[in-house]
Ligand binder design. Structure first.
Ligand code: FES
Length: 94
């Protein structure tokens, strides 16, 4: 399931790229949001709530909540719904 339309963001499709998620290799498209590439790969849980460890997925998709915060290239708290995918990125849940 790939997200193709967004009410606010312009979703561009670049060339196919490879990135790492939790140690495994996945494919996505350059310049699409990281979270969109993960959802397209069937990964719906992007993070867990701090207090109760409940799963969190794509929610606002415009960078206004904290549902998609992940560690990207060693940097914590990256909003993956508005951060564009690049070749070789290393993405982890935090
Ligand atoms: S889904 Fe809300 S900030 Fe990313």
């Amino acid at each position: 399931m790939r997200i193709k339309e967004h009410p606010i963001l312009e979703l561009k499709h670049g060339e196919k790229v490879t990135f790492t998620f939790e140690g495994g290799k996945l494919e996505g498209y350059n310049d699409e949001p990281i979270a969109a590439a993960l959802v397209a790969a069937g990964i719906k849980v992007l993070s867990y709530s701090k207090k109760f460890k409940r799963p969190r997925g794509f929610f606002c998709a415009i960078g206004k909540c904290s549902s998609c915060l992940m560690n990207v290239n060693g940097i914590p708290n990256v909003r993956t719904c508005i951060t564009r995918l690049e070749e070789g990125m290393v993405v982890k849940r935090q």
